[in-house]
Design a protein around this ligand. Structure first.
Ligand SMILES: CC(C)(COP(=O)(O)OP(=O)(O)OC[C@H]1O[C@@H](n2cnc3c(N)ncnc32)[C@H](O)[C@@H]1OP(=O)(O)O)[C@@H](O)C(=O)NCCC(=O)NCCS
Length: 170
């Protein structure tokens, strides 16, 4: 398994992120300007993982809105998927969020995005509603997903179990 070390998003990461964005999210992906804005956004917490050559392999981010962690993006470069990179990033941001006293995570995900839905479900997210025709490119619905209280025993048992399984792969 590829063991990862995250760093905070910086301007220098953005060109590589754009390579991943266009492949991961299609025509309506975020622009360089969107990421630049996030660097200056006080609510933002964005992280990047680079491989040993310095190539950006993945990134994710969330906004801390009054104690709710709104996950805005999560992506892994083609060719590096299914290596537990997203899971390790999730474990990292959960710890960051707890330290910020965040109570829940939420996000929107395309209703057809089964890899992502499976991933979030594995980390305790449940569907609480649907935003109809949320995505402009194909009018696809978004599922609105929420975790339980991330400080709760129920959530912590799930996360400890997932962490143990990841550590067992090393
Ligand atoms: C979703 C995504 C971030 C997962 O990244 P990843 O590093 O490949 O995922 P991991 O290896 O950590 O897998 C974690 C879990 O995700 C789920 N998963 C990941 N890829 C999957 C796939 N192709 N099919 C089904 N489930 C999948 C599984 O539950 C997996 O756990 P398992 O290995 O025990 O089955 C990645 O597929 C991606 O970048 N997708 C494009 C961008 C995107 O859709 N982001 C989400 C926007 S809301």
């Amino acid at each position: 398994m590829i063991k990862i070390k995250l760093e905070e998003l910086k301007k220098e990461h953005i060109p590589s992120i754009m390579e991943i964005e266009s492949v991961s999210f299609g025509k309506y992906h975020w622009t360089e300007k969107s990421f630049l804005t996030e660097i200056d956004n006080k609510l933002s917490n964005y992280y990047v993982y680079k491989d040993e050559t310095g190539k950006v392999i993945s990134y994710c981010g969330f906004w801390n809105i009054l104690g709710e962690g709104h996950i805005t993006t999560f992506a892994v470069r083609e060719g590096y998927k299914r290596n537990k990179i997203a899971e390790q990033m999730m474990l990292y941001i959960i710890e960051k969020a707890k330290a910020l006293d965040i109570k829940w995570f939420t996000l929107e995900v395309r209703a057809s995005n089964l890899p992502a839905i499976n991933f979030y479900t594995k980390y305790g997210f449940e569907t609480s509603g649907i935003r109809e025709k949320y995505y402009q490119d194909n009018n696809e619905d978004a599922l609105i997903m929420w975790t339980p209280d991330i400080q709760s025993d129920k959530f912590n048992v799930l996360i400890a179990n997932n962490r143990k399984n990841i550590e067992a792969l090393n």
